[in-house]
Design a protein around this ligand. Structure first.
Ligand code: ARG
Length: 442
């Protein structure tokens, strides 16, 4: 029992929230006349001393006292004597722990949101530099159509904005107070749950005491938001790994974010990006793990629920370091526009522009135009030239109606500039998006 029961090794991270919860509770007890004012004052002074001891690293956490709640209460008794015992009036560790935990997860939502904001700003700054930098856009990892690097980066700004929305939603939904639900059924003392809820910054008390004790969907929702965010981050991490390969050379990560090899002196390994990508697994694991703990668990409290905290702490630590590392890595990288353009040149990435021209000017149906463009690509491939270097006569051999007006759409710049549809990659459009996000992320 001594080995399996304690949670203090990890729930000491709830100390700040536990102190806040206790303060709110004892103030309410005093103002409702449930405990004497003098006892409440003594308790508040004692809690203050404990806070200092914890901050100074002088507080002795004892495993035999099981968890943070009992550790603090025991120390309070040492400091102020038997009056400490009045703090737990009309409260149980069951509502206490989940109050602490909601406060902790609420702050974690805010930290994740901030991390995503910083990352988005870093992306925005690079996107501003490269709103018109041409690179190949890929589908199936095959060169598809030219795009701008700024446009590509802005795709992640959109993604991370949705991630922020998920944390914001989770925060909004979890922000109700379980305090006062007591063990599970409420209490016979005339407590005021509105008062404790408000003083802890909750929007309202939870309406059902049994739900208040049992619910962990708020933690699952936070973990789900972390998971989706980690998955999105892992895609950007994957791009960085690929873009920084010498075969691509699209970006150079700074020395601070690459490491050498113990044997190969030339290496610049993108470790941070790989680690961010790799850590996605543990965040998803945290979600699956807690969902598995809660699944089938009948109401209300069971010590199974003590297993909730480590998952959340681990996911929070992981997402926060990943976001910080990614933001710094993005801010620090140097893009190589010449390499990007060189990679977009081969691969006939303006073949769609050719087909579109045939539709627009020669009034052919798109399917037929697609076929014509395909034959021209084949010819250019045989001749070993890009589409804009293929002589007009060669094109006319395939479709006699083609005129030299076609060359106006075959260059990379023409292609990119023509993608003016809403959400398109034309630099003018990209700059528009950047301006909009600059404003939003102020
Ligand atoms: N250490 C427990 C936890 O982490 C606190 C709640 C304990 N309540 C109880 N009745 N055993 O969840």
């Amino acid at each position: 029992m001594r080995e399996i029961t304690p949670s203090i090794d990890f729930d000491k991270r709830l100390a700040g929230e536990d102190l806040a919860g206790s303060r709110a509770h004892v103030r309410m007890l005093a103002s409702e006349g449930i405990v004497a004012k003098e006892d409440a004052s003594a308790i508040l002074l004692g809690l203050e001393q404990i806070e200092r001891e914890i901050a100074d690293g002088k507080f002795v956490f004892k495993r035999e006292l099981e968890d943070i709640h009992l550790n603090i209460e025991a120390r309070l008794t040492e400091i102020i004597g038997p009056a400490a015992g009045r703090l737990h009036t009309a409260r149980s560790r069951n509502d206490q722990v989940v109050t602490d935990f909601r406060l902790w997860v609420r702050a974690a939502c805010e930290r994740a949101d901030h991390g995503l904001l910083q990352l988005s700003r870093a992306l925005l700054t690079q996107a501003e530099l490269h709103a018109a930098t041409i690179m190949p856009g890929y589908t199936h990892m095959q060169p598809a159509q030219p795009v701008t690097f700024g446009h590509h980066l802005m795709a992640y700004v959109e993604m991370f904005a949705r991630d922020r929305g998920r944390f914001e939603d989770a925060r909004k939904r979890l922000n109700e107070s379980p305090l006062g639900a007591a063990a599970l059924a409420g209490t016979s003392f005339p407590i005021d749950r509105d008062v404790t809820a408000m003083s802890l910054g909750f929007s309202r008390p939870m309406r059902n005491s049994m739900d208040a004790i049992s619910a962990r969907d708020f933690a699952l929702e936070y973990l789900a938001a972390c998971t989706i965010s980690a998955v999105n981050l892992s895609r950007l991490a994957g791009e960085l790994v690929q873009w920084s390969m010498p075969a691509f050379g699209f970006v150079k990560l700074s020395d601070a974010f690459t490491t050498g090899s113990s044997i190969m002196p030339q290496k610049r390994n993108p470790d941070a990006a790989e680690l961010i990508r790799g850590k996605t697994g543990r965040v998803l694991g945290d979600f699956v793990s807690l969902a598995t703990v809660v699944k089938g668990l009948v109401l209300t409290f069971g010590s199974d629920l003590q297993e909730d905290k480590e998952r959340v702490f681990d996911a929070a630590d992981t997402i926060e370091i990943s976001l910080a590392a990614m933001a710094a890595m993005i801010a620090d990288l140097t893009a190589d526009p010449a390499k990007m353009r060189a990679a977009a040149e081969p691969g006939f990435t303006t073949a769609t522009d050719l087909a579109d021209w045939v539709v627009r000017v020669l009034k052919k149906p798109f399917r037929e135009a697609h076929h014509i463009a395909g034959s021209i690509v084949k010819r250019a491939e045989e001749a070993g030239v890009t589409l804009d270097k293929l002589p007009l006569a060669e094109m006319q051999a395939i479709e006699p109606a083609i005129t030299d007006g076609v060359f106006s759409v075959l260059s990379l710049d023409a292609s990119v500039n023509s993608r003016m549809s809403l959400g398109g990659t034309a630099p003018a459009r990209v700059k528009e998006q950047i301006r909009l996000w600059r404003e939003r992320l102020k």
